[in-house]
Design a protein around this ligand. Sequence first.
Ligand code: PAF
Length: 281
Amino acid sequence: MRTIATIAELRAELDSERAAGRTVGFVPTMGYLHDGHASLMRAARADTDVVVASIFVNPLQFGVGEDLDAYPRDLARDTELAGAAGVDLLFTPSVDEMYPRPVLTTVSVAEVSEGLEGAARPTHFAGVATVVAKLFAIVGPCRAYFGAKDFQQIAVVRRMAHDLSFPVEVVACPTAREPDGLAMSSRNVYLTPAERAAAPVVHTALRSGAAAIAAGERDPAAVRDLMAQIITAEPLAELDYTAVVDADSFTVPDPLVGNLRLLAAVRFGRARLIDNVGVTV
Ligand code: PAF
């Protein structure tokens, strides 16, 4: 695996790979890699000839008072994990390389960006869409792999790539979980031992919501409230939201029907965790 820090070098390298007929798989990350990232890298490795992963903690997607400065970083460990997962090129640009001048051009995706995470973190998705558009422009034609834990992010990125005609196929991969159901996340490192023990309640609540729908519940408010009750019964959990939405439009079907997604965002001390599961009626 080679580490590349400049846009020009990565572009030249990938252009010559494509000119030689090789396909490119791309895994964008903010580093502090875990097995969830490794599963995306392995999927890219299995599907494509040349695998590039980026590590860039993108300041644009952090709101005021969020954890930009504290965001965990460990490039030595990330390099080892990416190499072991089959990455060929690790792109590690600096903030100056990505944003040498104040950013005057941003990308915002209406509608799918607006509820849930978009409502809780109003500038977040414009920051994500802008950096991912920039990374797609740098990497060029490829298949790009994203984890389903960030379900709304995938919808935003997919719509952005479609609307702006990026030659990129967005691939969603299943959420990687710890044995007790907790979704893997770089932010899990913020959890104290007691919070870590409590955190699987998020997945438990989502599964209970899905089970209620499978058993015939069709009232979205009842499912939302059932999940909220399970989470708020945990003293260390501070509920942000629970929701059940149509997986494509992010609207709330009433009665519940179609391809549904149940989502939750919950704070445990310093960590704000999100998770989701799918169910089809
Ligand atoms: O999911 C992430 O790690 C980030 O939002 C992404 C897609 C790498 C953009 O910075």
